[in-house]
Write a protein that binds this ligand. Structure first.
Ligand SMILES: [Zn+2]
Length: 335
């Protein structure tokens, strides 16, 4: 049986930023293959697992790309300048350990941090940040890394007290939810497509393409959502708590879910007697936002895993919420 922490470790190891997610796609395709009739991929790198049925087509989407960094310039001293991939706040990146695709490690530092930190932290600019890989010159650095190379947060997932602390809960945990749903689903009246999507973090790009190809009747995006139980003021009016159940999405910044889909998922949760939370996410979006708008429009909704500290190297989610999400999906797809 799929174990969440084991899978989280395996996927974190393979994870790369948007546009470079083929490695993790390959791992996911292999893990999903025993539970699918057909596994394919498209030009954007979406991995599409088809579990054939005769009823309405339902597409489930979980993005497998993660946020990260791309080297843009190597200076005389051997320090690297970079561009971000996906949503980062530059000031938060100071002193962040990172790992390149080839296994090289580095740390993001900020020039003149003493001056920079006196500013409003939102004003800290990306161009004051650099990556230190321990090289002493451009020649030395160029032996280790090239312009265009990509990097991710470095860090090992761990579990304590039923919670998983890890880089890239967003959104590898939802890829795990899809795998566990495929494993647990005995039979379904639907024609099911489980899709691990590419390039969500740079504008929900892969999911729209996949949905155009599949042309489902309904779609469910599985993603993480923020929680209102942190000390961050921007989360203050989020009525979602860590560990109190997966959420059924009502809206976020990318879509207003079709009420039919909210009902469909709530009914699934109620049939399975699983607690769930209503999700209204004030900022941030998910794959359903692009799926909903293809062809003549696709009925779209979402299930999310409450996650603290999103887009940080230590996101936190609850193992119970993962099990809850799987139960909601299995129950919804079974009838
Ligand atoms: Zn996400």
């Amino acid at each position: 049986m799929f174990d969440t922490l084991t899978l989280q470790k395996q996927l974190v190891e393979a994870a790369l930023p948007s546009g470079f997610e083929r490695g993790v796609g390959k791992v996911l395709a292999e893990l999903a293959a025993p539970f699918a009739d057909e596994v394919s991929s498209d030009a954007l790198g979406n991995v599409i697992c088809h579990k054939k049925g005769t009823g309405d087509k339902i597409m489930l989407a979980a993005h497998m790309d993660v946020i990260g960094f791309m080297v843009t310039f190597i200076d005389e001293k051997g320090y690297l300048r970079f561009e971000t991939i996906g949503g980062h706040t530059p000031a938060f990146l100071h002193r962040t350990p990172i790992r390149f695709e080839n296994g090289l490690h580095g740390v993001i530092m900020c020039e003149n941090w003493a001056d920079e930190s006196k500013k409003n932290l939102n004003d800290v600019r990306l161009n004051s940040l650099y990556i230190d890989i321990g090289a002493g010159s451009r020649e030395e650095a160029e032996k280790l890394v090239s312009i265009g190379d990509v990097a991710v947060f470095s860090g090992e997932p761990c579990e304590q007290n039923g919670m998983v602390l890890t880089p890239y809960a967003d959104n590898l945990v939802s890829c795990i939810v899809l795998l566990k749903t495929m494993e647990a689903l005995k039979s379904s009246p639907y024609d099911l497509y489980f899709v691990f999507t590419a390039q969500e973090e740079v504008g929900l790009r892969g999911a729209g393409t996949a949905a155009y190809g599949i042309h489902p009747d309904m779609a469910i995006a599985v993603d993480i959502c923020g929680t209102g139980d942190t000390l961050s003021q921007s989360d203050a009016y989020l009525d979602v708590k860590l560990g109190k159940g997966a959420t059924v999405k009502i809206r976020d910044a990318s879509l207003i879910c079709n009420p039919q889909m909210v009902e469909f998922l709530r009914k699934g949760a109620e049939r399975a007697s699983v607690p769930y939370q209503d999700e209204i996410l004030l900022s941030g979006g998910t794959d359903a936002g692009s799926i909903q708008r293809v062809h003549g429009g696709i009925l779209s909704g979402g299930v999310s895993i409450p996650t603290r500290n999103t887009h940080s190297p230590r996101e936190i989610y609850s193992l119970n919420d993962v099990e809850g999400a799987v139960k909601i999906l299995v129950s919804s797809l079974s009838e």
